[in-house]
Design a protein around this ligand. Sequence first.
Ligand SMILES: NC(=O)c1ccc[n+]([C@@H]2O[C@H](COP(=O)([O-])OP(=O)(O)OC[C@H]3O[C@@H](n4cnc5c(N)ncnc54)[C@H](OP(=O)(O)O)[C@@H]3O)[C@@H](O)[C@H]2O)c1
Length: 264
Amino acid sequence: MKTALITGASGGIGKELALIFAKNGHIPVIVARNIDKLDQLSAEIEEKFKISALALKFDLSQPGAAQKLFDELKERKIQIDFLVNNAGFGDFGKFSIEKMDKYTNMINLNITTLTELTTLFADDMKKRGFGKIMNVASTASFQPLPYFSVYSATKAYVLSLTEALYFEFKGSGVSFSALCPGPTNTNFSRAADMEKTPLFDEKGDGGMAAKEVAEIGYEGMMKGKMTIVTGFKNKINAYFSGKMPNRKIIPSMMAKNFEKNIGE
Ligand SMILES: NC(=O)c1ccc[n+]([C@@H]2O[C@H](COP(=O)([O-])OP(=O)(O)OC[C@H]3O[C@@H](n4cnc5c(N)ncnc54)[C@H](OP(=O)(O)O)[C@@H]3O)[C@@H](O)[C@H]2O)c1
């Protein structure tokens, strides 16, 4: 039995991922702010799969949260085999000084905590020679998006970091995957105040089902796929964003070049 740490598992894609990990016989450690929802999910996992998930309440936008979470798991002697950095939020609208605190929180959650958790757990995994890390990016990662500027920039960071580490950790037993969903029917669009935009309202269905996105993500992560774009239309979007063909060739070449200069 392996253990999967999933951030942002109180709803949406993270919740579906927790259910899939449990269904596949892994123990989910589920983290978010809403402990009631996490406890409900734990109960559901116990009932359906006879697996005890651990629910932990953390506000991951707070400085130091990643280290606290890491230390708490160490104290409980829990070893993490799979890490899914899924917690994140966006904000739609004009770039504005009134939103400065929101941008800071978003960067703390989407970038800083994700990077810190990745650093802490990747190091552990590398020592053991096994681990899988999936960072949830977005189709917003592939191009700058006006009126969604800070969010798309955070997700460009997530994609770039993850793809770089994919090459850097090759041969270490630790794989890195970036999950890039397009519009998905979760609380995300409400939280980002963009439910009525064409992105989410196009077919009146609010986007792809979270379960489907999670299934695609899980499968890709288990295969150690570098970049996982959900759905045909989103793949086309990613391709035409002009970066797809070069995304593998150039970093792969650079990894080989740089490796000559890197000691152990
Ligand atoms: N839905 C989409 O269209 C879409 C598209 C591309 C990428 N994504 C990405 O997919 C990921 C999951 O989003 P989702 O669509 O499933 O949205 P969601 O339903 O809003 O879920 C977001 C999750 O993150 C948690 N979270 C938010 N702020 C947090 C904080 N400060 N500390 C800890 N946990 C926090 C939320 O739990 P609490 O509120 O309980 O803390 C919730 O569990 C995000 O990274 C998002 O950027 C979503």
